[in-house]
Design a protein. Sequence first.
Length: 500
Amino acid sequence: MTKTVNHWIGGKTVEGTSGQYGPVTDPATGAVTTQVALASTEEVDAAVAAAKAAYATWGTSSLAQRTTVLFRYRALLDAHRDDIAALITAEHGKVHSDALGEVARGLEIVELACGITTQLKGELSTQVSNRVDVSSIRQSLGVVAGITPFNFPAMVPMWMFPLAIACGNTFVLKPSEKDPSAANLLAELASEAGLPDGVLNVLHGDKVAVDGLLNHPDVAAVSFVGSTPIARYIHATASANGKRVQALGGAKNHMLVLPDADLDAAADAAVSAAYGSAGERCMAISAVVAVGAIGDELVAKIRERAEKITIGPGNDPASEMGPLITAAHRDKVASYVTGAAAQGAEVVLDGTGHTVEGFEDGHWIGLSLLDKVSTDSDAYKDEIFGPVLCVLRVETYEDGVALMNASPFGNGTAIFTRDGGAARRFQLEVEAGMVGVNVPIPVPVGYHSFGGWKDSLFGDHHIYGNDGVHFYTRGKVVTTRWPDPADAPAGVDLGFPRNH
């Protein structure tokens, strides 16, 4: 009998009532192992109502109460790392070590939330005028929602809700319906840690659930991570409804390799950054830009390393890369490789025919490497979201930066060089939100914010770090005058308040 993943609303499992279910597949076998309830508009209303009711008390709770829960939550997450990672592997397909890394990066934000007391300190100016003080404080928003992608079913939700609830908000999480189980476990552990019922709710669903949250009058803010077209839609729709929005979109991340770079280190970095997590991450390096005469040697080194990667089920310790999330996505990724030669690329490695013995029905694809790719080819222009690495050739550093800055995306980027002056120029001149210097995937630590530029971000706030705290709170300025008790009342002054 197929397992059913239901909603988590008001501190308990709530069975779906819409009658609509979506399939959840084991990517390694191709078998449907689970069904997930898809919410109706009425179920969206129920989740938001539970969050709104909980906000009445959680929004005025003490910082000590919130952090006590978060510290307990952090300990429970740490104790259940393997359980969370196993759910990720079973439904997403990534190898267990990669899934554990995802949990670890999510824990960074929980740890940041545990220190929210210092993040929420206000400011005070005394005696700005005679017996007048001005203070600024930050207060919670109310009910906020998070809509998260399939590629990081634990980490990306943890980029959102721990900070949101630490700031005093309540949260409705709509995870991907392709791999929903990890989100439920995160919510169950939060309840075990003492989080009051309704503060964190998990609502499963498709576009009906998404639109229900975007249009709901009681949802004050929406956080999103996913593709650029959907990010643009989320931002436009939620903003039109008066909501605060942070919507992180797609990417085409470039790695510029200068002639003086350590090519072995650059090749190692390119392979790990392009093919890790089967390329299903918005910070994957999908375009290597080789400067000068190093292109042939760099491509040879990348190929040599890529050919040694072991592909297999995520729960096999020998596997270094797992399958793709769905058969349809596998076929779409493969189409970029099969069409590359006709658009002028040299297909150095073609992984489209890869299978794994004993798992022939899994969503497998091998590593693909395309050289001499043109900027007008589909493989370069589109976010492939799979294990396909494009190599482009340029003559100079300036040509490389110009190529990269012409991309409509501006998420992450990297430079590999031994020249400090070139690296300094690059970090100032490149048009991207996150820059790595000899670091291929420059995902910031939890206390710095994550986010791109251009079509990689819609909204004013990056996610987590200081931007995350500011997104989940709003500022208020209080100007106070207390008369000296020794002063007699001086009558009424109808003029504009004077600062001097």
